[in-house]
Design a protein around this ligand. Structure first.
Ligand code: HEM
Length: 145
């Protein structure tokens, strides 16, 4: 169960990153005068849904992972601090921003404002996600896949 979830969570990062980059690129390229079509809605929705799936897998891992430890002095241990506090906090903010961007785009009065909401909120979310992924070179005990 733990191994399956960990592999899913680790691999899904790439799906999340590709979908977010596609949605952001699409929004920036159509911001000035593009029409909001069903295709734009789909790509924006898919990117958000996959970040939510990643959130659910992450939440489950949070309760079973040995890397989340609230032992005495855990804030002084870089690995424990990262997973118990930094990773979850920044990811929650990122996913909340992406969700806000999606609902703002849904309610916006003009197509330009829809693309603008996706471009801004998804981009900030992506930056936060990139900054809080435990990339192998950060020595946090995680791999590339
Ligand atoms: C888009 C959001 C997220 C991305 C891209 C992401 C990505 C990752 C990656 C790449 C790993 C390393 C996996 C490995 O060892 O190979 C990881 C580990 C972990 N993530 Fe996330 N994560 C996200 C959100 C979350 C959230 C919201 C939580 C908690 C609620 C969470 C909890 C964890 C935990 C506990 C681990 C450590 C698992 C272990 O090695 O035992 N993640 N995450």
């Amino acid at each position: 169960m733990y191994n399956g979830l960990l592999h899913m969570h680790s691999g899904l990062r790439w799906v999340v990153l590709v979908l977010l980059i596609a949605a952001i690129f699409n929004a920036f390229s159509k911001k000035k005068g593009g029409a909001w079509t069903a295709k734009d809605k789909k790509i924006t929705l898919f990117a958000m849904v996959f970040t939510h799936i990643q959130l659910l897998a992450g939440l489950a891992l949070y309760f079973i992972s040995e890397k989340v430890q609230f032992v005495e002095g855990f804030m002084k241990n870089p690995v424990y601090r990262f997973y118990a506090v930094e990773h979850i906090l920044l990811m929650l903010i990122a996913i909340a921003l992406i969700t806000v961007g999606y609902s703002k785009a849904k309610r916006a009065a003009s197509d330009a404002k829809k693309f603008g909401a996706v471009a801004t909120f998804y981009l900030i979310g992506l930056i936060l996600i990139l900054a809080s992924i435990p990339w192998p070179f950060r020595n946090l005990g995680a791999g590339w896949f």
